[in-house]
Every structure is written in structure tokens, then in C-alpha cells.
Design a protein around this ligand. Structure first.
Ligand code: COA
Length: 321
């Protein structure tokens, strides 16, 4: 028994902000951003909530999979930027969709979130406990950015992607690898709320994402190829047998470096970072939906999904479409 992705969906906020738009409000340029990252624009949530984006993405995935919300057994939402601390995004999504029979909880593994949620769904499906699972990855990261820190805020965007997974005899997830290295977590962080009770003094200022870009870059180019090689080997396949690589969209130079280390041509690495930036947990499912809607995925194709990011965390899965 395998876990097959039977439908995908995605949603981006209406407001698209180009590098030139940013250069009008901060000291940056299209040339600087594009040459170092490949990012040309990103979508930023002005009126949208994360649950509204996640619900739109979910509706697309449910429709393609031909599954009604009330038939879902489980909703897993990967995010680090839910609209509220409580209730969770997954429970709000359950309410929004009317998926009254699902159990719902969130997973936070930052930019690896969708991979970790998909791999969790895979374990539930293979155990036989659940049959119809909605896996969502989405972020409104723009609210966690320091818009005075040009080295970080220009890289990220908002959006959500979704997949419906079900058991299948023939196609589906063949192998997965996951990893975490909390000891190096300080290179990409965002502090949460501080202790707040009558026994502490708390100056409760707002906290934002901060990043040591070069350290994160080095981590990504060393770890991601290794994780993909391990997952492909575990699946009993050769790298040349993989048709498509859907990687977390952090930086085009990271993707080029991974492709080079794997000795795979860049044509097998679709991207959407030029117009989406880095959507953290939303990145992989939004790109997967792009590829699916463009007809780039045919039944039987072999696909690698890979995510990496804060934690540090990383994950890769190999599947047949
Ligand atoms: N516009 C213009 N100049 C900028 C800028 C911006 N948006 N951001 C930073 N700069 C400046 C810096 O102030 C620095 O100036 P200085 O040399 O006068 O001090 C200069 O550009 C070079 O900065 P540097 O940090 O050396 O650039 P870099 O080549 O390392 O590129 C990143 C920075 C962030 C693009 C790169 O490190 C990166 O992509 N890292 C990976 C990040 C990532 O993917 N994170 C998410 C993982 S999930």
C-alpha cells in the first residue's frame, strides 16, 4: 500500500509586489535581488487571512481528488505563521471547509513543513488508520518580517498549497528521509512571545525573523543533495530515473547547486520563486500544484519533493505520480 497524491491546489494573495516596488520603499534593487536569488516578485497578503488562502488551496485539491470535505479523515496543516495561536490553522480550515469528520492538527517544521506533514500523512495511511487526508502548507510570512532588514524581507512571500492523499496499490510515496539539527538553529530564527506573568518583567516588544544568509546557504547546498541521494537510493532508483524535482523555493543558486551536485539538468527543476519568493511551508505544495496544472506530471512519473529550512530541518520524498 502506498500514499498517493490524488489532487493539488494553491492560492496566492492578490497583491503582487515586484523588486522594483520594493526598491521604492527601501534601499534595494531588482538587480541585487534577482542576481543573488532569482526572485523577481512575491505575493503579500493585504486582505487575505492564512485560513482563506489555505481553504482556496484545499478546495482545488479536493476537487481534483474528487473528495468531499465531510469525507476527510484528517487535516494536517504545516505553518509557522497561523492567523492565531489558537485555534490552530488546521482546525480553522476544518470549520471553513465543513470537514466535520476530520481530526486536525498543525505541524511546524518551518520550510520543511509540507514534507514533514506529507510524511506524517504517509505513516497514517500506510498504518491503515486513515484513508483521506488533506495536507496543507501555507504562510503569511510577511507579518513576521522586519521590513527594515532588507537582507531578509525581500526573500519571502505569502501563499498556500494543498494536496489530498489517499491509499493506492500502484503509485505513491516510495521513500522518505527527514532530518533535524537543532544545534545549528540560531542561523534562522524568530523569537516567540516572552514569559508574561505577574512574576516577570516583560518589555514585550515585537520580534521578527532574522537570518545568517550565508550559513543557511551553506547548510542548504550541503544537506539537500545528500538527502535527495539517500531518498532516491532508498526508493531503489537511479538519479537519472527521476523525472521531476520539486524543491523548496529559497534561492535559484541553491537549486542550481543541488542540480549540479546531483548531475541532473536544470530542466528537471521547475521553479516559481521568480514570482513567489520563498513561501516556507507553502513553497513545495504551491510549486507542485503549478507543475500539476501545467500538465508537467504524468501518471507513473517519478518525482522528488524536497524541503529544508529553519530548525534546522530537511526532508525529501520520492514518489510515483
Ligand atoms: N538590497 C541591496 N543590498 C543588500 C540587500 C538588498 N536587499 N540585502 C543585503 N544587501 C547588502 C548587504 O548590506 C551587503 O552590503 P555590504 O557588503 O556593504 O555590507 C551586501 O549586500 C552583500 O551582502 P551578503 O550578505 O554578502 O550577500 P550574499 O551574497 O550572501 O547574499 C543572500 C545574501 C541572503 C541572498 C544569500 O546569503 C542567500 O540566499 N542565503 C540563503 C538564504 C535562504 O535561502 N534562506 C531561506 C532558507 S529556507
Amino acid at each position: 500500500m502506498k500514499t498517493r497524491i490524488c489532487g493539488t491546489g494553491s492560492a496566492l494573495p492578490k497583491r503582487e509586489v515586484t523588486n522594483d516596488d520594493l526598491s521604492r520603499i527601501m534601499d534595494t534593487s531588482d538587480e541585487w535581488i534577482k542576481s543573488r536569488t532569482g526572485i523577481g516578485s512575491r505575493h503579500l497578503a493585504v486582505e487575505e487571512t492564512l485560513v482563506s488562502l489555505a481553504a482556496n488551496a484545499a478546495k482545488g485539491a479536493l476537487e481534483e481528488a474528487n473528495v468531499l470535505p465531510k469525507d476527510l479523515d484528517m487535516i494536517l496543516a504545516a505553518t509557522l505563521s497561523a492567523d492565531n495561536v489558537l485555534p490552530t490553522l488546521s482546525c480553522e480550515l476544518q470549520r471553513e471547509l465543513g470537514a466535520s469528520n476530520a481530526v486536525a492538527f498543525d505541524i511546524n517544521a518551518a520550510c520543511s513543513g509540507f514534507l514533514f506533514a506529507l510524511q506524517t500523512a504517509d505513516v497514517y495511511i500506510r498504518s491503515g488508520q486513515y484513508k483521506k487526508i488533506l495536507v496543507v502548507g501555507g504562510e503569511i510570512l510577511s507579518k513576521l518580517m522586519d521590513w527594515n532588514d532588507r537582507s531578509t524581507c525581500v526573500l519571502f512571500g505569502d501563499g498556500a498549497g494543498a494536496a489530498v492523499v489517499m491509499p493506492d496499490e500502484a503509485s505513491g510515496i516510495l521513500s522518505s528521509v527527514q532530518g533535524s539539527d537543532g544545534a545549528r538553529g540560531g542561523v534562522l530564527s524568530c523569537p516567540g512571545r516572552k514569559n508574561n506573568n505577574p512574576y516577570v518583567t516583560n518589555d514585550a516588544g515585537l520580534s521578527f525573523v532574522s537570518m545568517d544568509g550565508q550559513e543557511v546557504y551553506k547548510f542548504a547546498v550541503r544537506t539537500v543533495p545528500k538527502a535527495i541521494m539517500e531518498a532516491v537510493e532508498k526508493a531503489g532508483l537511479a538519479m537519472e530515473e527521476i523525472d521531476l524535482f520539486i524543491l523548496h523555493q529559497a534561492n535559484i543558486r541553491i537549486i542550481e547547486s543541488v542540480a549540479k551536485r546531483l548531475k541532473v539538468p536544470m530542466e528537471k527543476f521547475p521553479t516559481n520563486l521568480e514570482r513567489c519568493g520563498n513561501i516556507s511551508a507553502g513553497s513545495v505544495p504551491v510549486l507542485l500544484d503549478d507543475a500539476n496544472r501545467k500538465g508537467m506530471l504524468k501518471r507513473g512519473d517519478r518525482v522528488v519533493l524536497a524541503g529544508f529550512g529553519a530548525g534546522l530541518t530537511w526532508g525529501a520524498s520520492v514518489l510515483t505520480w
